[in-house]
Write a protein that binds this ligand. Structure first.
Ligand code: GTP
Length: 369
């Protein structure tokens, strides 16, 4: 079976992390996010993958090449303009051919058992099967109602509490028969969620409920949460193997000075320097080649590659993107994001979900937010 991975979206909610890097290439525990999707496919015996791309496609292609390093055969198709989820799949029809195939959103971290999903689809002789996952706050999502045999009865967009009779949402993974291509108009924007699936209700559309781990990493809060879940091994990933019994993972040579403190769970990338008197963790992921100076603290946060924290800088529950630096005595906290190669000088306070755009320089002592 072949798989189509949708990676063409702009990832606006994750800005500024996605301004220079497409969402699938944003690092999750120091690996491009979409490599977890590819690993999961390979672990389930899927060997042929088509990337449906649009926004910033070059980095994806350059990184994964023909897929050989991952034991996959990868093909790339780039849209001239966004075609929506279904339009994007129609656009790769010639690369999928006949037979049933998988479609996956490229921004979902999950343990979903693809083998069971496919077996269920076959058993139901479904035209299309949507993986479904339960959520705690159903008002924030589009819900999917199913009947006793798993048939989809209808969709409910962002309902009020009195309308709610299910907590199942579309998990962004589908098994489709190739005849679904005939339901999608070519060359125009078209969505599975609002276009194709509502038209298939009562005509072979099934829902497969999964209680496996599921996280859409499309917002900064969920991006952080996905890291915490990897650190706590709430989701099975290739990174889990690196976390030892004490929940510490060093991804290569790290220069840890005597007197530097690691508080698990923590992942430190190759080539980092952590000076005496710095504290990293708990819940910290530090990208390769970062330098963390004396007196600095990193807690419940993500530092991407090549970040610099100067003396007594504190980063809490925040994201520091590739190549950014935080000056001496500056506090970055409360869901802040410092964009790629931005430089926040000393004695600033950046909290309250503040987003600093790539390349910006924040002068010493200029922000107390
Ligand atoms: P936001 O801008 O933050 O909503 O993110 P997004 O652009 O990724 O949109 P969304 O999360 O709804 O998309 C779900 C999945 O479909 C993601 O993996 C997207 O990359 C992908 N996707 C969305 N729209 C398109 C499209 O027009 N073409 C392609 N090829 N993929 C798309």
């Amino acid at each position: 079976m072949k798989a189509v991975i949708l990676v063409g979206g702009q990832g606006k909610r994750l800005r500024p992390l996605t301004l220079g890097t497409p969402k699938p290439m944003v690092p999750l525990a120091n690996k491009p996010f979409v490599s977890y999707v590819l690993e999961r496919l390979r672990n389930h015996g899927i060997s042929e993958v088509v990337f449906s791309m649009g926004y910033l496609p070059d980095g994806i292609k350059a990184y994964f090449g023909d897929g050989g390093d991952l034991g996959l055969k990868v093909t790339y198709v780039t849209e001239e303009r966004p075609l929506g989820t279904a339009g994007a799949v129609k656009n790769v029809e010639e690369h999928v051919g006949d037979g049933d195939f998988l479609v996956l959103n490229g921004d979902i971290l999950t343990d979903l058992d693809l083998g069971s999903l496919i077996a269920y689809h076959n058993e139901k002789q479904a035209v299309a099967t949507i993986a479904l996952t339960p959520v705690e706050d159903p008002t924030a999502y589009g819900l999917v109602r199913t009947g006793g045999a798993g048939e989809v009865l209808g969709f409910l967009e962002k309902p009020s509490w009195d309308q709610i009779d299910t907590n199942l949402i579309n998990a962004g993974t589908y098994v489709l028969r190739s005849e679904v291509f005939d339901l999608i108009p070519p060359g125009v924007e078209h969505s599975f969620e609002r276009g194709v699936f509502p038209r298939l209700v009562g005509k072979g559309l099934y829902g497969y409920r999964s209680d496996d781990y599921w996280m859409d990493i499309g917002t900064p809060e969920k991006y952080l949460q996905a890291h915490y879940d990897i650190l706590e091994k709430n989701v099975e990933t290739s990174v889990s193997d690196c976390l030892d019994q004490d929940f510490v993972c060093m991804q290569g040579q790290v220069h840890l000075e005597t007197g530097a403190k690691l508080v698990p769970p923590v992942i430190i990338g190759e080539g980092c320097t952590i000076r005496a008197g710095a504290r990293v963790g708990r819940m910290a992921i530090v990208g390769p080649g970062c330098t963390i100076a004396a007196g600095s603290v990193v807690e419940e946060s993500v530092l991407q590659e090549g970040c610099i924290l100067e003396e007594n800088a504190v980063v809490r529950r925040s994201i520091i993107a590739r190549g950014a630096s935080v000056g001496a005595g500056t506090l970055v906290a409360g869901g802040a994001i410092i964009g790629e190669n931005a430089r926040v000088e000393g004695d600033n306070i950046l909290t309250n979900h503040i987003r600093v755009y790539p390349g910006t320089v924040v002068r010493e002592g200029s922000i107390k937010f």
